[in-house]
Ligand binder design. Structure first.
Ligand code: NAD
Ligand code: TDX
Length: 331
């Protein structure tokens, strides 16, 4: 199989490529990534002899069309992904997430190629903290942020291309990922690297907001299951029953890193901050037999902390600039 992976130099995409090279030697992987601030050639160094990296933008119709025409399937991860960045400047989110997905869809339509579109649970909006329900494939879309609204728009384009042009596409909406190679702007790596660089971790508001954490390798195994056996036109929710509030995640990081539980700062809350996400992944489990393997969140967190400790050269060059930006926001 010849597989085109957009966004393969980002966090989830790079882990996807690593796992594919490791576990599926028959697959020939091409990565299409423009290497924005969030993408890194170094994330693909361990597989550089096995993977072709094409540095180009997913809105570049000619490049996308040429690469799609050489592929048997496309997994589309490329996107602008950080909610705080979208609040500060939404334009690149509209361009990459909406126009970029449109460009990919037109290319798979022209070439008759199978597509898997990677999306987020944030398209469903948020749940109240005391609401026992969880998102399902039937939950109406209700995005709150500039980021999630552009992901929702992209999902809608995919659905319309399935219905109107019979494009063979599937969609997955996954909860919050953690693991190696995640950019230090995101919650878990930010706090780990704050401790490692002698800074105090930063918690938005009271830290009561709940995220449903999943290890990136479990997400990627689900993407492979859907790519191989998912039904065209279907949406699958991916989640590992990992609901935790931000304060308790931060306290786990502090404990695992030998710090006292109150060794952090409360900073100004995110505008429009979604309260709670929670995924019901029954369809994926029942139809495709997927189960998460990383069911011990503390163990996964310990491994992630170890990875950041052992791979300082990967994140150190990014850290000061990220914190300088946050310092302006959190002043
Ligand atoms: P990331 O920001 O770490 O990586 C995104 C990658 O896309 C980067 O390598 C970047 O260079 C590339 N990219 C961005 N715009 C591009 C463009 N216009 N052309 C070509 N490449 C471009 O993101 P991530 O966390 O790995 O997320 C990957 C996908 O998974 C996204 O679609 C995101 O919405 C989705 N998702 C993420 C999470 C999560 O918790 N991180 C959860 C659910 C879904
Ligand atoms: O310093 C911080 N302090 C803090 O309390 C940061 C960076 C975040 N937070 C909070 C905000 C969120 O409630 O932690 C939670 C997680 O924040 P992020 O890592 O920014 O993730 P989130 O906003 O939940 O979105 C993530 O999951 C869904 C990804 O960034 C998205 O791309 C994905 O679609």
């Amino acid at each position: 199989m010849r597989l085109l992976v957009t966004g393969g130099a980002g966090f989830i995409g790079a882990n996807f490529v690593h796992a594919t090279v490791r576990e599926r030697p028959e697959v020939r992987v091409t990565v299409l990534d423009s290497l924005t601030y969030a993408g890194s050639r170094e994330s693909l160094t361990p597989v550089e002899d096995d993977v072709r990296l094409v540095q180009a933008d997913i809105t570049d119709t000619d490049v996308v069309d040429a690469l799609v025409s050489e592929a048997d399937a496309v997994v589309h991860f490329a996107a602008e992904t950080h909610v705080d960045n979208a609040l500060a400047d939404p334009e690149p989110f509209v361009r990459s997430n909406v126009l970029g997905t449109f460009t990919v869809l037109e290319a798979v339509r022209r070439n008759g190629i199978r597509l898997h579109h990677v999306s987020t649970d944030e398209v469903y909006g948020d749940l109240a903290l005391d609401d026992p329900s969880r998102f399902t494939e039937a939950t109406p879309y209700n995005p709150s942020s500039p980021y999630s609204s552009t992901k929702a728009a992209a999902d809608m384009l995919v659905r319309a291309w399935v219905r109107s042009y019979r494009v063979a596409a599937t969609i997955s909406n996954c909860s919050n990922n953690y693991g190696p190679y995640q950019h230090v702007e995101k919650f878990i790596p930010r706090q780990i690297t704050n401790v490692l660089t002698g800074r105090r971790p930063k918690l938005y508001g009271a830290g009561a907001n709940v995220r449903d954490w999943i290890h990136v390798d479990d997400h990627n195994r689900a993407v492979w299951r859907i790519l191989l056996d998912g039904q065209a036109g279907r949406t699958y929710l991916i989640g590992a029953d990992g609901e935790r509030d931000n304060l308790s995640v931060l306290r786990s990081i502090l404990r695992l890193m030998g710090r006292s539980p109150d060794d952090f700062d409360h900073v100004i809350d995110r505008a429009g901050h979604d309260l709670r996400y929670a995924i019901d992944s029954s369809l994926l489990r029942e139809e495709l037999g997927w189960r998460p393997e990383h069911t011990d969140f503390e163990a996964g967190l310990r491994d992630t902390i170890d990875w950041y400790r052992d791979n300082e050269s990967w994140w150190r060059p990014l850290k000061d600039a990220v914190e300088a930006r946050y310092a302006e926001r959190e002043r």
